[in-house]
Design a protein around this ligand. Sequence first.
Ligand SMILES: [Zn+2]
Ligand SMILES: [Zn+2]
Length: 339
Amino acid sequence: MPTMRAVQVSRPKGPFEIVEREIPQTGAGCVRIKVQACGICHSDSLTKDGSYPGLQYPRVPGHEVIGVVDSLGPGVSGWSPGQRVGVGWHGGQCGYCDACRRGDFFACQTATRITGVTSDGGYAEYMVAYASALARVPEELSDVEGAPLMCAGITTFNALRNSGARPGDVAAILGLGGLGHLGVQYAVKMGLKTVAVARGQDKEPLARKLGAWRYIDSQAGDPAEELAKLGGAKVILATVTNGDAMRAVLGGLAVNGTLMVIGAVGSLEVSPLFLLQGRRSVKGWYSGTSIDSEDALAFSVLTGVRSMNEVFPLERVNEAYERMLSGKVRFRVVLTTGR
Ligand SMILES: [Zn+2]
Ligand SMILES: [Zn+2]
């Protein structure tokens, strides 16, 4: 049997193991992908640490995948070998459960499919994905450019475009890391008056370079007050993983404004009175489905939005992952297979 290199985790909090594995077979409704690049996302720690319920080992992480269709399983139509595709967090949908029948594919109830969590992901030379999880990748995007857009990109893009904010509205992006540096770019290109909110003055030049209209140093004063002075934010995109940081800006929401939460935090304290008096809302946003990914990729090509990446070959996965965890990375980490 032909084999491939893959990076697997064999037990909760176990190390990454670089192994030779059989190239996986392509099952019904699935395609096999020759992986070219895969981003490392903070959510890969769910697989690494075993914190996702019911996780089975060994497991290959990775849900920011760009590759080429290698073979089609039975019953797959609309895709062909040689086609460039991307796979994100959403691993596909059944199409027949109640959620799918209502068009809420992201909430598919029958088989929650998460790339690199419930099935093997992109830290490998080949992977198998459901055809319903595939996004077309525009030729203008390189493999490395495309990879981080399959999670960090689609998540920020999709949350913003579903926030209710319209061109000319004030949009605050809380946090200027892997998600935030994309969120600022998308908001600017969507015609929003984009306010970057982060800790310290040293991030202001970056925010400005990415096109931010204003920068608020959340340590220098009250960020909610500063946002209110700008008329209040129609949307605050919370990319941080800190409930206190979210609470500190919440008061800067405009009437009818929405706090879009995409960073997973333990808990978040909100004043009901503040919400109801201004008809404000707090909402979570799921990254999106394959067509949302395709939209995010196409919009990125159209407007020039790109992630800033540090690139490592698959063999250096440990170093790459540590770099992601360190928080020092500017701004996403991408593995390449050399295929
Ligand atoms: Zn992710
Ligand atoms: Zn379903």
